[in-house]
Ligand binder design. Sequence first.
Ligand code: PMP
Length: 429
Amino acid sequence: MTEDLLGRHRAVLPDWLALYYQDPLEITHGEGRHVWDAEGNKYLDFFGGILTTMTAHALPEITKAVSEQAGRIIHSSTLYLNRPMVELAERIAQLSGIPDARVFFTTSGTEANDTALMLATTYRRSNTILAMRNSYHGRSFSAVGITGNRGWSPTSLSPLQTLYVHGGVRTRGPYASLGDDDFIAACVDDLKDLLGHTRPPAALIAEPIQGVGGFTSPPDGLYAAFREVLDEHGILWIADEVQTGWGRTGDHFWGWQAHDRSGPPDILTFAKGIGNGMSIGGVVARAEIMNCLDSNSISTFGGTQITMAAGLANLTYLLEHDLQGNARRVGGLLIERLRAVAAQVPGVREVRGRGLMLGVELVKPGTDEADPQAASAVLEAARAEGLLLGKGGGHNTSALRIAPPLSLTVAEAEEGAAILEHALRSTIQ
Ligand code: PMP
């Protein structure tokens, strides 16, 4: 059945829609941290948490809120007063840490970043943007234009002038051997060097931990050090929290807080999991920045009552159940367990990340060379044993990405780690 669907998929959908697995999966339903495919196979989902389902699959509290709202009204989100949108905006404004915050809802992370770029360029009257090497910010024309990860940047044309800053990765290359302080100093020098050769940029956009880039964590303090330089020039800081927000990193509610000497960003973007599968994206900015646009700008589906109902139910659940604390505790156990495995499997170069956002970087054993084939093989082997993982990384997708729903239990973390260990040992010789 899945095979037939694959043929039909290939016949009508674009070639550039990448599917995981040689025999792609059709996921038909889920519950908690598990999903099932069309053939009835059950999988522990170590990736869906960052894609869509931040909290848990088919969570009754959210299903109820969504179906009740669907039975009441879904109408224009912006032309009339919209109570769930106001309520969710109030909560996000308060949680964001941004003073005098205004919130605008979109339907995706791409549209959120696009809006952030429109705000920053208009506010600063500059179409030059600083972005990080290896970054990913979405698929619209302007978001692609600031995406440093060339594997995810399908056109080289851009309406923006983009300058790429070092700081995202130090797995290999000239910065690989540097300690944290020297790495930060080298990246700050690189930033200063760029600023010396350009018109004043509007903003630096950065993911506190790079997502598509393979869950690479810059050292704490990197963005605080950048911020000092940016502030001297009045350049805005846009934190793309599409993957790092809502407690996923365990120690912090937002990824930027790991760099908190930098203070809150000028603009923060979010998306993915906050709707637990319903499409919510958004931008938070100080009022003077949010209100700098010249005329009306609405989004038909951004902030619809049904997505806002999902967001409110999801946010309530995750705060009441302290899922940030769960990410810290369970993620802490998981990273320890995986680092112990890494010490014994020669092809695992590092296990990195925070909370329930962990990356496992694979190299050809005994070398520093990225091993994307090994990453694909481990992904397949884990799937065969009932575990879904993600892949990511710079030019080579040589990192495994682990991002389960935030309600992951200790027993499930142990089960997933055991499968992953077996998949690594059986794949990497
Ligand atoms: N920013 C980051 C950091 C992302 O990881 C993504 C999606 N992978 C996006 C933006 C784009 O979000 P969307 O796919 O919802 O447009």
